[in-house]
Design a protein around this ligand. Structure first.
Ligand SMILES: [Ca+2]
Length: 286
């Protein structure tokens, strides 16, 4: 608990578009609900690599970078139809924002009430879902207007959030990942993440990509590739080279994963980082 409570304390954290979305859905280049369809150049070796006695560590290669607001204490990140959506934390400073990828410019934003600490975020069926850290309450927003249209309770801390075709998928800082019904918010399934018999804790920001869950490990330069059905750790993704460029304080850790299904692009950033990186992960050994 001491560790958890110290987690963030060192830093103060149209219609025309609807028609476009329909067109995109028809031609299959993917907004919500299609992100795990189609072939992948990003992670060509899905499945569980077998390498006796050790989990593969995959290099994440630099492709390009984009500006990122260094004042954003990033807690949730998702790419949707050409834009990034970001949840930022810290009491009194938490926001929900829509960001232009190329420029990093915030083009739409709301602030959370000061008692809430923003955490994970995901977009499901034209709604934005946002967690809060210790308040055991999540918020639901209209995607276009950011108007709050609902809220939901949960019994754990709120850390990361993503989704598959049917469920919201949530982390709480332990090695557990919970699947939530997106209507009732009931927990429908829980997986636990282990590697070689050891629990992998501090699972933080999440991204579901083609049957796997990618998870930041808090205060680590690594992302875990997790089998979304079994919880088995498939591989580690090493982002040390990018972390070393951008982590300028203890709490400015890697924390933000977003996937563009139409371009098969993976983006990563961190808390108070000035850059957001597009990266390409090397194939896992077979
Ligand atoms: Ca994400």
């Amino acid at each position: 608990m001491v560790l958890r409570m110290g987690r963030h304390r060192l830093l103060p954290r149209s219609r025309s578009c609807s028609l476009l979305l329909v067109a995109i859905a028809i031609i299959g280049c993917g907004c919500a609900g299609t992100q795990h369809l189609g072939a992948s150049r990003l992670m060509p070796a899905l499945g569980i690599p077998q390498k006796h006695g050790q989990v593969p560590i995959l290099n994440a290669k630099f492709v390009r970078s984009y500006p990122h607001d260094p004042h954003a204490f990033t807690q949730g990140l998702e790419y949707y139809c050409g834009y990034l959506y970001e949840s930022t934390g810290l009491a009194g400073q938490s926001t929900l924002r829509k960001v232009a990828l190329q420029t990093g410019q915030v083009i739409q934003q709301i602030s959370l009430p000061s008692q809430y600490f923003g955490e994970g975020l995901t977009i499901f069926h034209e709604r934005i879902y946002q967690l809060t850290w210790l308040s055991k309450k999540g918020f639901v927003y209209d995607l276009r207007t950011f108007r709050q249209i609902g809220e939901f309770p949960y019994d754990t801390q709120g850390w990361g959030l993503t989704h598959d075709d049917n469920s919201l998928i949530m982390s709480d800082g332990t090695n557990k990942i919970r699947y939530l019904d997106p209507v009732s918010f009931a927990v429908t399934r829980t997986i636990e993440v282990y590697a070689e018999g050891q629990a992998i804790v501090n699972l933080n920001e999440l991204e579901y990509v083609k049957g796997e869950i990618l998870a930041n490990i808090w205060h680590s330069p690594r992302i875990a590739r997790i089998n979304a059905r079994s919880g088995q750790l498939v591989a580690w993704i090493d982002l040390a080279s990018m972390v070393s460029k951008e982590q300028h304080s203890d709490e400015a850790v890697l924390n933000g994963i977003a996937y563009d299904p139409s371009g098969d692009r993976l983006f990563v950033t961190g808390k108070n980082w000035s850059r957001l990186f597009e990266t390409k992960v090397e194939a896992a050994p077979r």
